[in-house]
Design a protein around this ligand. Structure first.
Ligand SMILES: [Zn+2]
Length: 410
């Protein structure tokens, strides 16, 4: 079996018991019995590929392949936790491809002028504790200790969940990694761009800047039978116009800009009452923070216009501002060259979703390779990756590692 096909087959193997905590779907949360079982299986595969394995203070599994020289390592990773009712490739594919890349080097007796470490991160999705990317933050050394004071839905603290692993929140931050040469992550695209252009892989330019707002529209509640139409100050019809205006601004932009109203609640919420108040959220993303901020300004202006025309009050609060996390330009060039060397047209694209790579950017230069996924579907059991695409991704990663070796040697 070629490495890319084996990487996909191993993701499939990890998609069922004992590697899932749920009998009828894939759900593997951080620090559960299924998580521990997956770590044991993956550690075995790492050892077969010529790596020495360890579990760090944040319960990440790390396999190390020594180089001809010591010094900062090339880190290759992704996450092995999942959302509830997950697909099999979001996360594990990047780990399996990292193992296959090392296995190929090991089989041909090649050592690079730097060590390689493959990291299977424990918590990226935040599907157990109300915090995400805790374990890559620990590795990157950017963890805020207050983030560790969390409990899962059953009231179990993170500290209690770490105990079976003989770990503790007190020592969690010791997972901070020594300075690293670079971080490479392969991940399914989770979007339709590569598929629509008939491409197997693409170079990620960075992770989109995100802004989130909470909007409150205040009208006047009234009797649905007696408040005549001209006298109404209906918060919901005003909010409806605002939602469509937000969509229009993002649609008219024709770039990677995306704006979403994902939550909306109507008060008091009775069939015979004109809505007096509506709360909704806005999520705005773009790879270009200036474009994102300009869109946010336009959206706020439109909301103010609509509120004024309809006689409603409004309040907008910024609740989340995540800066863009650009990938390293020199590493992007190396990745493009490695893609071209496989006879594939290089294609650069922004990631609208967050990944461990955006956290790891605080530690070292990062590169990300997207792999086509069918229909752009993810966080869904229908998630699918072709073995042939995984094989192309693997060859790109091996070529990237060798090019990085030449780069370091030079
Ligand atoms: Zn993921």
């Amino acid at each position: 079996m070629v490495g890319g096909v084996r990487a996909v087959a191993r993701c499939d193997e990890l998609g069922v018991a004992p590697y899932s905590d749920a009998p009828d779907m894939l759900f593997r949360a951080y620090l559960t019995p299924a998580f521990a079982a997956a770590q044991r299986a993956i550690a075995g595969w790492m050892q077969e590929a010529g790596m020495q394995t360890r579990i760090d203070a944040a319960a990440n599994l790390i396999g190390r392949y020594e180089g001809t020289a010591d010094g900062p390592a090339l880190l290759i990773g992704s996450h092995i936790d999942s959302v509830r009712d997950a697909g099999r490739y979001d996360g594990p594919l990047g780990v399996m491809l990292g193992i296959e890349a090392v296995a190929a080097l090991h089989a041909s007796g090649r050592r690079l002028p730097f060590p390689i470490e493959v990291i299977a991160f424990g918590d990226e999705e935040g599907s157990r504790f109300p915090a995400a990317m805790l374990t890559s933050r620990a590795v990157a050394g950017t963890l805020d200790p207050a983030m560790l004071e969390v409990e899962d839905a059953r009231g179990l603290s993170l500290d209690e969940a770490l105990a079976p692993f003989e770990l503790s929140t007190l020592t969690f931050a010791q997972a901070a990694h020594a300075p690293a040469l670079a971080y490479l992550e392969a991940h399914i695209e989770q979007g339709p761009v590569l598929e629509s252009e008939g491409l197997a892989v693409g170079t990620v330019t960075g992770i989109a800047a995100q802004l989130r707002y909470a909007v409150m529209v205040a009208g006047v509640a009234g009797h649905a039978g007696t408040t005549t139409m001209p006298l109404r100050r209906d918060a919901l019809t005003a909010a409806a116009e605002m939602v469509l205006a937000i969509e229009r601004i993002a649609r008219d932009d024709l770039s990677d800009l995306a704006a979403t109203v994902g939550c909306l609640s109507v008060h008091p919420g009775a069939p015979n009452v004109v809505p007096g108040r509506v709360d909704f959220t806005i999520d705005i993303r773009s790879g270009d923070p200036i474009r994102r901020d300009r869109a946010a300004e336009q959206i706020i202006d439109r909301i103010a216009d609509i509120a004024e025309r309809r006689g409603t009050d409004f309040d907008i609060r910024r609740i989340h501002d995540l800066p863009a996390s650009p990938c390293d330009p020199a590493l992007m060039d190396l990745l493009d060259a490695a893609i071209a060397a496989q006879g594939q047209p290089p294609r650069r694209l922004v990631s609208g979703a967050g990944h461990d790579a955006m956290v790891m950017a605080a530690l070292c230069p990062t590169a990300m390779l997207f792999v086509r996924c069918r229909g752009g579907t993810s966080h869904n059991p229908a998630e699918h990756v072709d073995g042939a695409d995984a094989e192309i991704a693997l060859q790109v990663m091996i070529d990237f590692i060798l090019r990085l070796g030449d780069h370091v040697d030079a």
